[in-house]
Write a protein that binds this ligand. Structure first.
Ligand SMILES: [Zn+2]
Length: 340
């Protein structure tokens, strides 16, 4: 298996600067209660990864219930707000405005730049392995222009389609050759409209109402043998398993699907994809647990973990984090899959 090390998506925000992130969580909680908690409009769903109906109670966050799939151990929100309400949330919510106007601009901009080049190179290297002359690239629910600029710099794809972006991106694309903005949801795209060599969808699976439908639609817009690249947060990871309801990563609607590693495999197989890479290059599991321990006196951790974190040095912690990466036990997962 390819073993790679890159930063977690944006989980470093949970550590620093935590004030912005804590404020984001507070606004999110308020907005979830305002826009999403509508008892008559919540719908029961099966496990979004393996389709099982066997589940056990997890915990409540911001008024919504997380349940655990008894078959694949995926953690997910059920009953959950409707697809329409979730979509509406991402347009209306003050939390999303705060994220882009404060969190990203003030604290993240300079630091995330370095994330996008490795990510674009990852996409390019694998695409070149499978296609001599790839033509069409699609980014679904784009969040950051910086990533698209890195893709552009590669000079690999003739046509780059920005599909249903999460940000106002039109101005940023002005004057850039080869880009096309398509402002409609992927579910409304017909298979004849787009024939992609490569599709990317970063941190999208976590918040999509129905990941299976989403992946089946991605498959439709890929040519035979086309590649899908995505990142997501997995409940199989060290810090999420340990911290569970105390994890600041787990909250709706940003993370309503926390698929287990086994769940991701089952889901991709069911949707007709062959996995060519599934790795957990996350770097922050240990840091996040240490952080939670420092900020919450009531937090009870297993005796060994607490001893290990307090009484061993950075070197030991680094080795342990590498072990987590190597054995798919970090919470940040990235996947490349090929249309069968
Ligand atoms: Zn399941």
């Amino acid at each position: 298996m390819r073993r790679v090390v890159v930063s977690d998506d944006y989980r470093e925000l949970e550590i620093w600067p935590s004030e912005s992130f804590d404020r984001y969580l507070k606004i999110t909680e308020k907005e979830v209660k305002r826009l999403l908690i509508d008892k008559d409009n919540l719908v029961d769903v099966l496990c979004p990864a393996c389709d099982s109906d066997r589940k056990r109670k997890g915990f409540n966050k911001f008024g919504l219930e997380y349940v655990e799939c008894m078959d694949c151990k995926t953690l997910y929100v059920s009953p959950r707000p409707t697809k329409e309400n979730i979509n509406n949330y991402f347009v209306e919510s003050a939390a999303i405005g705060f994220w882009h106007s404060h969190v990203v601009k003030e604290t993240l901009k300079g630091r995330i730049g370095h994330l996008f080049r490795p990510r674009a190179i990852w996409v390019a290297n694998l695409t070149e392995q499978y296609f001599e002359k790839p033509v069409v690239f699609v980014d679904v629910n784009s969040m950051y222009i910086e990533f698209l600029e890195e893709i552009d710099r590669l000079n690999l794809f003739q046509n780059k389609i920005i599909l249903d972006p999460m940000i106002d991106i039109e101005k940023s694309l002005n004057g850039k050759k080869g880009f096309k903005l398509v402002n409609k949801p992927i579910m409304k795209i017909h298979s004849t409209e787009v024939n992609a060599n490569a599709v990317t969808a970063f941190a999208a699976i976590d918040r999509i109402f129905n990941p299976e439908k989403f992946l089946r639609r991605v498959k439709l817009i890929l040519i035979d043998g086309g590649l899908l690249f995505f990142t997501t947060t997995t409940i199989s990871g060290f810090d999420l398993q340990l911290l569970w309801e105390n994890s600041k990563t787990i909250f709706p609607p940003d993370h309503i699907n926390l698929l287990s590693i086994e769940g991701i495999v089952k889901l991709l197989e069911r949707c007709g994809f062959e996995i060519i890479e599934l790795s957990t290059p996350g770097q922050l599991d240990i840091e996040l647990v240490k952080n939670a321990m420092q900020n919450n006196d009531e937090l009870k951790l297993p005796r060994f973990i607490s001893y290990f974190l307090k009484n061993r040095d950075k070197n030991a912690h680094r080795f342990f984090q590498e072990f987590l990466q190597q054995f798919k036990l970090s919470s940040h997962v990235r996947v490349a899959a090929r249309k069968k």
